[in-house]
Design a protein around this ligand. Structure first.
Ligand code: NAD
Length: 330
């Protein structure tokens, strides 16, 4: 099948070429993201393959449909960037990678916690400059702390298990509770209880109309002073301006984010020689207790292998007209 890949980087080409070795598909890689302005690049292809910041809104879907696209293969889990109703109207199938390596993202959330807490990023720079002082590097023991997990699907469950291993008291909120996690000693509470009781809060639910700005000034007001907030899920879960206000008032003690609500246009790009006009991220970067990574939670060898094999299998299933096990339906 002829597939147009958008938003591709060197690692996408490396892994997809490796797993498409028998050339079951004819892949053309584009570096640009897919949106209404680039939709005409999809002309002559049967499917597009996209990532988290490609924007498949109604207008883009209309254009790619006119260009003959019959399937969208997402190289990711979340599909909040696709208008699934509009795709259904155009009879375009949406395929995704439901689980590639939940551990990769869970482990990255833990990396953010440990770095913010024990300040290893600061220690690294100090030691390089022969500054062996440990002044202001004080952290806190994770052992015995209360960790609140919002969303206990694949990534959230893996995160719960790791934090249990640190000896934390892990409490969770999910619209669907997991009996398996309860058996492992995870206690489900109301969302308010999570906000009120946690020393660390980690977000692992998807971005939906219900969860948009789940963390805003109202929910932050219920949190403990000095709380650590971690988001490796989707930027839109946090109202960034409210988080900035809470950092200024010291209500938020630490913020670790791998995702950002205005990340499209910034993340996955080298802008080191450009003027960045995003005032919110600029303000976030002024805080000593904020750690930002550029959507790299998924980025392990194991996850890239799984993403490539599952995406290629999804496209083969579509081509062969067999059951689409990873189809996103309304
Ligand atoms: P999942 O579907 O396995 O789990 C999501 C959980 O959230 C489910 O248990 C669901 O019931 C729960 N949920 C849904 N609505 C909720 C609500 N309103 N309140 C509380 N819980 C709710 O998904 P997953 O694989 O664990 O991934 C979670 C999210 O992580 C994805 O949606 C995606 O946005 C993000 N993600 C980020 C990266 C990264 O690189 N940073 C990589 C993969 C996924």
């Amino acid at each position: 099948m002829k597939i147009a890949f958008f938003s591709t980087k060197s690692y996408d080409r490396e892994y997809f070429d490796r797993f498409n070795a028998n050339s079951q598909h004819r892949i053309t890689y584009f570096e640009v993201s897919l949106n209404t302005n680039t939709a005409n690049l999809a002309k002559g292809f049967e499917a597009v393959c996209v990532f988290v910041n490609d924007k498949l809104d109604k207008e883009t879907l209309q254009k790619i449909s006119e260009n003959g696209i019959r399937a969208i293969a997402l190289r990711c889990t979340g599909y909040n960037n696709v208008d699934i109703e509009a795709a259904a109207e155009k009879h375009i199938k949406i395929l995704r990678v439901p689980a590639y390596s939940p551990q990769a993202v869970a482990e990255h959330a833990v990396a953010l916690i440990l770095t913010l807490n024990r300040k290893t990023h600061k220690a690294f720079n100090r030691i390089r400059e022969n500054n062996f002082s440990i002044e202001h590097l004080t952290g806190f023991n994770l052992y015995g702390k209360t960790v609140g997990v919002i969303g206990t699907g694949l990534i959230g469950s893996s995160f719960c298990a790791i934090m249990k291993g640190f000896g934390c008291n892990v409490i969770a909120y999910d619209v669907k509770e997991s009996d398996k996690l309860k058996e492992k000693g995870i206690e489900y509470k109301s969302l308010d209880d999570i906000l009120i009781s946690s020393d660390i809060i980690s977000l692992h639910c998807p971005l939906t109309p219900d969860t948009y700005h789940l963390i805003d000034k109202n929910s932050i007001s219920k949190m403990k002073k000095g709380v650590m907030l971690i988001n490796t899920s989707r930027g839109g879960l946090i109202n960034t301006q409210d988080a900035i206000d809470a950092l200024k008032s010291e209500k938020l003690g630490y913020l670790g984010i791998d995702v950002y609500e205005q990340e499209s246009g910034l993340f996955f790009k080298d802008l080191s020689e450009s003027v960045v006009h995003d005032e919110l991220i600029g303000r976030l970067m002024t805080f000593f207790n904020v750690l930002i990574t550029g959507h790299q939670g998924f980025f392990t060898k194991e996850a890239l292998e799984q993403i490539a094999t599952t995406t290629l299998n999804n496209l083969s299933d579509f081509q062969n007209n067999v059951e689409l096990v990873n189809e996103v339906k309304i």
